[in-house]
Design a protein around this ligand. Structure first.
Ligand SMILES: *Cc1c(COP(=O)(O)O)cnc(C)c1O
Length: 386
């Protein structure tokens, strides 16, 4: 019989969730937004140290709202990291704007300041600067924010941080997602903490976030009857799910340490294998190590490792397929790191994410390690590694 399945990053409850959910039921505050939502927002803003936050139904909705707050419209340009999940860029299309994709650099695997600079320089020359830049912090690792913010400041373009994967991570002592004009988080089931589904928009711009709350609740004017001056959205988080979020946030720091410990154990156990390189941690940053990720020198090896893991009922994944290579975005512009070097394409070809659930036992982690180890050993025996 097949062994129990090991998932990539399954939900890990703290035990306190039920209490907040029960309270919502006991007070019949199932919907709409209620005390759990306000509490969760307050706790999140305090945790990431922003002045305000808005709890919404998904990370994708939070990105959509951020674009609306920046008045991004049909025909506008929005720059976005290419090495990411498709949800980073979909909202650009929701508002009718055109995405332009920016490559990664090797030290953080995130947005290349060089490629960004080139793209902005060219956009200015064409008199078509982007309305926003969406910077993603991949697998928990913060992008080079000092460089990116400086360049964007020079061209006067606001930055939205897609911190869906990097809640709890730090950049020079500040929480990832709190450095740009807006930051977004996701509480989807596979993220470091979850509300089963949900997201958060954060910012120091209290006025704009109040407008986000208005837009996210069907843009209803504060009148005794239903009146609307603009098109709104049904994007608010439910009071039940916010209860789950409150309890999850209480254990976030523990989860970060657990993910980091998993990473260290993988790295120590696999360090003897040649040609494996674990995702780096940029100096001055602390990654939440949402997923332990490494590259190996050949595409075929990635396939072989993934197949071996799947055969043993273990879920592992490739690194995100860059958005500039996605059929849905085939007509979009792309700026590689160097004119003739695309870093994200290489990371996709050679990259692999290992199961990184914080509830995973050492025995389960050993199952993963043993398989990766034996497949890599077989490469050597077959002379695939010189
Ligand atoms: C998960 C994720 C999102 C989307 O979040 P949802 O809550 O699933 O809408 C956006 N960007 C990145 C990088 C993600 O990993």
């Amino acid at each position: 019989m097949a062994q129990k399945r090991i998932f990539l990053s399954p939900p890990h409850l703290s035990g306190n969730e039920q209490m907040y959910v029960n309270e919502a039921f006991a007070t019949n505050w199932i919907a709409p937004t209620g005390p759990n939502v306000s509490q969760f927002e307050e706790n999140m803003a305090k945790y990431v140290q922003t002045k305000s936050s808005v709890a919404v139904s998904s990370g994708t909705a939070a990105i959509h709202l951020a674009l609306l707050l920046l008045n991004v419209q049909k025909g506008d340009l929005v720059f976005c990291s290419t090495l990411t999940f498709v949800a980073s860029a979909n909202p650009i299309v929701y508002v009718g704007a055109d995405p332009v994709f920016i490559d990664s650099e090797e030290e953080s695997w995130n947005m290349s300041p060089l490629a960004l600079e080139r793209a902005l320089h060219e956009a200015k020359k064409n008199r078509r600067l982007p309305k926003a830049v969406i910077v993603v912090h991949l697998f928990g690792q913060s992008a080079k924010m000092n460089e990116i913010l400086a360049i964007c400041h020079q061209y006067n373009v606001p930055v939205i941080e897609d911190a869906a994967e990097s809640l709890g991570s730090e950049y020079q002592g500040r929480k990832s997602g709190s450095l740009g004009s807006f930051g977004i988080y996701s509480f989807n089931g596979n993220k470091i903490i979850t509300t089963s589904g949900g997201g958060m928009l954060v910012s120091d711009d209290v006025e704009r976030l109040n407008h986000a709350k208005y837009l996210a609740a069907q843009a209803r004017d504060p009148l005794p009857f239903y009146q609307h001056q603009t098109v709104g959205y049904n994007y608010r988080m439910s009071n039940v799910l916010a209860g789950v979020g409150i309890a999850q946030l209480q254990v976030l720091d523990e989860r970060v340490e657990a993910k980091r410990a998993l990473f260290v154990r993988y790295k120590e156990s696999l360090r003897h294998i040649e040609h494996i390189q674990f995702m780096p941690e940029l100096a001055g940053t602390k990654s939440n190590r949402w997923l332990t990720t490494f590259t190996i020198d050949e595409k075929e090896k990635v396939t072989e490792i993934l197949n071996a893991l799947e055969k043993e009922n273990i879920e592992a994944r490739r690194v995100w397929k860059p958005l500039h290579t996605q059929p849905v975005f085939s007509s979009c512009r792309y700026y590689p790191h160097l004119e003739y070097k695309s870093v994200s394409d290489q990371l996709f070809t050679k990259g692999l994410c290992l199961p990184s659930g914080t509830s995973m036992s050492e025995q389960d982690q050993d199952r993963v390690i043993d398989i990766v180890d034996s497949v890599c050993h077989s490469f050597k025996k077959r002379g695939i590694v010189q």
